[in-house]
Design a protein around this ligand. Sequence first.
Ligand code: ATP
Ligand code: MG
Length: 556
Amino acid sequence: MSAESKKAHNFIQSLIEDAVANGEHTGQVVTRFPPEPNGYLHVGHAKSICLNFGIAETFAGECNLRFDDTNPEKESQEYIDAIKKDVEWLGYTWAGDARYASDYFDAIYYFAEELIEKGKAYVCALSADEMAEYRGSLKEPGRNSPHRERPAEESLKLFRDMRDGKYENGELVLRAKIDMASPNMNMRDPILYRIRYAEHHQTGDKWCIYPMYDFTHPISDAMEGVTHSLCTLEFEDHRPLYDWVLDNITAPCQPRQIEFARLNLNYTITSKRKLRRLVDEHLVDSWDDPRMPTISGMRRRGYTPESLRTFCDMIGVNKAGGTVDMGMLEFAIREDLNTRAPRAMCVMRPLKVTLTNYPADKTETLVLPVHPQNPDMGQREVTWSQTLYIDREDFIEEVPRKWKRLAPDQAVRLRGGYVMTCKEVVRDANGEIVELRCEYDPSTLGVNPEGYKPNGVVHWVSESDSVGCDINLYDRLFNHESPDSDKEGDMVDHINPQSLVVLEGARVERSLATPRTDLPYQFEREGYFFCDQELTAKAGKPVFNRTVTLRDSWGK
Ligand code: ATP
Ligand code: MG
């Protein structure tokens, strides 16, 4: 084990280091990432994944992937497959096969009977409403259920009858016998098992009773020999119950639960339930819509595993909640792509340029670096010819102050090519500009012109050496900092209507006719763009998703 980690220390790591140093902890460190397969993973889960797998890595231990599958109605194989793919894509390998809480249903059932036999659990027939009433409140203690003192043999028989399908949904539950006056509501005889006639994606129709999360989790951890059960702060009040369960059964080991703060990110939501609503109500295309804060959505948008891991390092792990600025996530991907993304030119809104003094039958091959700071990435060729395209937004007739692009009778350099001067503006019958007639200066390839100064540098492609493509300009999905905590409104009211702008008919360098699919490109002066494989196959031409702009321009 190396205490020296390249990553920043977090309090959990320090805690384990101390426990190892003073002999409190011996043996291997085992953690687990325990998603419920009821949706796709989001950026908050990335934090938990990096933490759990990171701790295991730091201490040369192991991290399990365990599906917490005790709510069969809401879960599915689709989610299981998606979750596995996301964890692998982030770069982590779980120990052995993926596990399921349902693998332990027999053991959990066994421990339930053990509790009943010890007089520590009983079958209760109160209705849900009655149970809520008996439970008391934060100000008032609860009252004991009339079934609390039922003899163990009677509870055992009823529990077996529950298991054997002799009761209806909701008729009976198994409850722990702890303390109805506990100031901790979770300790007021919590439910351990309930009846649910539901087909389970792993166990089929074997069970019609399912254990509750709070009973399942400590037992699953113990069954796997988990040493440190890391979870988010909302489970802090459940820790006494976690420990109670393990203290009162013949558990194979005693894991330790440690809580940390959830990741909240502004301008988005991190709740599977709310994300599912966006999908179900068709407010986004799918779970992996590039605007979604899901791992699959971010992957499709062009986020890299490296950038997500860096982001998780940057935000750290602590006990204090808080909200992280979306700008930090964007910073992490920009930093990563700035050093790694190959450069290319893409003209988003093409405006034709004819070089009146360049021969129609002539072309020249210009050589540009794939990355200006990294010669190892090699070079690319682009073709100079009479007909070129520049972006409509790089030309203006009424020149504002500080205009550093093309205008009538002004000159600009075309990136990596020559300097040209705009001589004539051609319009169609509607008065719309359809072409610029320009003169290029043959003495300016790689050198400054003599006697005048170009008014900036613009990107371009040539007609013969470019291909058509579509561009999805993605922006933040919500235009409200905290879309789901607006008491007056609904999160749906805060969806950014500009979160997707589609540009059809853009043109990109020919070398990108078959774009690489492992990494986004930097389209010079525009931002980072990643080939959408699904949309490309559908469109029959490249479709690029904007991963992130070159600079942080949000709200500016
Ligand atoms: P959601 O509300 O989105 O369904 P959850 O906590 O119910 O989240 P689980 O599938 O139970 O989702 O989560 C698996 C693991 O990921 C848990 O250990 C959970 O604490 C952790 N996790 C979930 N959301 C976050 C988050 N926003 N930040 C950090 N960890 C999270
Ligand atoms: Mg959950």
